[in-house]
Design a binder for this molecule. Sequence first.
Ligand code: HEM
Length: 206
Amino acid sequence: MQTEKLYLYPVWVRLWHITNALMCLILIFSGISMQYSNTEYPLIPFSAAVSMHNISGIILTVSYLMFIIGNWSTSNGKHYRMRIKGLIVSLLNQARYYAFGIFKGESAPYPVSKEMKFNPLQQFTYVLTMYIFVPLVFISGWALLFPGIIVTNFLGMGGIQLTSLLHVTAGFLISLFLIIHVYFCTIGHSPSSNFKSMIDGYHESH
Ligand code: HEM
């Protein structure tokens, strides 16, 4: 069978993605180390973990702005415009394919194309992560960096405590996304071909 190559990941997407992935990994490790800090057995010494977390959070924010500007000013943005009509059906179709069809050798219900590089489940999780979870994590992170701007009391609860709960929850959801994301990236033309596509820009399919 002949391999088809589609150029789907322009240079700016790849630069943004590698920065974003590295920063998220540093944030997750330094964040976990701070959350379960123990002076006797520090995963990373506390003050080093704080500096790593702050610096990578700032870089993540800048790279996020690059992502938003890129999606707004280039055709890559069209892949993030979800069609609400028929959304549930298309999500179920894709989930059914991942649960059964793929094992029976069925062809993908939404094959990758220049017009639609993400399948509905991929698109849904990317939109959720990039337009809700990531902004939530860095906005709450900036607020915790400058706690003076946080209201002291919100409906009887401490503002800083609530902001920190929001921050940790968004961070947890991003970590969960990351594990599922990397696993699903192994489902491609070969287990490594999707990873290669984030290096050379070309998606391989049958
Ligand atoms: C070790 C970390 C990571 C690896 C190995 C990885 C791998 C990949 C690969 C292979 C692709 C191309 C296949 C596809 O389009 O689905 C991709 C795309 C993507 N990844 Fe990741 N990823 C990582 C971390 C992350 C993180 C932390 C996020 C978000 C918080 C993320 C968000 C995305 C998005 C939005 C795309 C689509 C980009 C576009 O084409 O517009 N990734 N990733």
